[in-house]
Ligand binder design. Structure first.
Ligand SMILES: Nc1ncnc2c1ncn2[C@@H]1O[C@H](COP(=O)(O)OP(=O)(O)O)[C@@H](O)[C@H]1O
Ligand SMILES: [Mg+2]
Length: 286
């Protein structure tokens, strides 16, 4: 059932092996042949057009859904083993797109306490975890506020605090900035960057390529299959291909593409410093 005691487990944080999934028996597979590992402490971004299967994959990671065939292992626990359900959920916290889908009570500190209360922890432990989680997301000074008075970005950070209070080792964020303005998105990005820096495994599903390029690796999904998985530099090289997959082109790549179409010899790169250098070189030779 499990690969060993939590502390002794040294395998990948998340492991998918030939996973297929469909919502109804007579439907097409929503995901097929999905295999990948995420190392402990890694930061992986998942991108893909609407309907490509990203949210389904997120729910498979934390055991809300289980595969029809193949296996999903989280922290060494197999998600379709009912004896592991609790362990899987405790290991992998999932934050949905819309914070209102997850907020359950009206006062911030009560909302964050909801998860830990369900873990059966002592009241003192719950209080400590709530404070710690709210400080981590920069919302401690709002602990006694009514959730309804918060901005979308603040509400989403409260949602993340609720997950963190369960002390998961993997955080899965499903388009956490989708309902937010750029400022709200920056707040979420700062929190996920800090959590990753503190050693947490972070999987973020995003429509925003400027967010995806910050990950260690990027996975591109198309019609329920992995098209490619690699470093941002490996994945974001071909603007035409990105567009055909329904993805935005990251800004540095757009600039490089526009310059090349005007005959300026610059590489197709995400590296802004390299781009700048090539532009200067090209300007000095013309
Ligand atoms: N609860 C559901 N029941 C049936 N089909 C679903 C359900 N949720 C999603 N789907 C279908 O599965 C496919 C993938 O959806 P989803 O995982 O939400 O994609 P994404 O998050 O990339 O937009 C879509 O075709 C969608 O219509
Ligand atoms: Mg989705």
């Amino acid at each position: 059932m499990a690969a060993g005691a939590d502390n002794a487990y040294a395998g990948p944080a998340i492991s998918f092996r030939d996973v297929c999934f469909r919502y109804h028996d007579d439907d097409q597979h929503v995901l097929s042949g999905i295999s990948f590992d995420v190392a402990a402490g890694e930061h992986v971004a998942i991108v893909g057009a609407n309907g490509s299967g990203k949210s389904t994959l997120a729910k498979l990671i934390n055991g809300l859904l289980v595969p029809d065939s193949g296996t999903v292992t989280v922290g060494g626990y197999v998600t379709n083993d009912p004896r592991c359900t609790y362990r899987v959920r405790a290991h992998a916290g999932l934050v949905f797109q819309n914070p209102d889908d997850q907020v359950v009570t009206s006062i911030v500190r009560d909302d964050v306490a909801f998860g830990p209360e369900n873990l059966g922890l002592s009241p003192a432990e719950i209080v400590a975890r709530v404070e710690d989680a709210l400080r981590t997301v920069g919302m401690w000074e709002h602990a006694d506020d009514d959730v309804a008075t918060l901005s979308g970005g603040q509400r989403q950070r409260v949602t993340i605090a609720g997950i963190l209070a369960m002390r998961p080792s993997v955080l899965v964020l499903d388009e956490p900035g989708a309902m937010l303005d750029p400022r709200g998105r920056r707040g979420i990005r700062r929190v996920s960057r800090e959590l990753h820096a503190a050693g947490m495994t972070v999987v973020v599903i995003t429509q925003h390529m400027e967010e995806a390029v910050l990950a260690d690796r990027v996975m591109v999904l198309d019609h329920g299959r992995i098209v490619t998985i690699g470093s941002p530099e490996e994945v974001f090289t071909d603007p035409g291909r990105l567009r055909s997959l329904g993805l935005d082109v990251p800004f540095p790549l757009l600039v490089a593409e526009a310059l090349r179409s005007r005959g300026v010899d610059v590489p197709l790169t995400l590296d802004e410093a390299m781009l700048e250098e090539a532009i200067c070189r090209s300007a000095s030779t013309t």
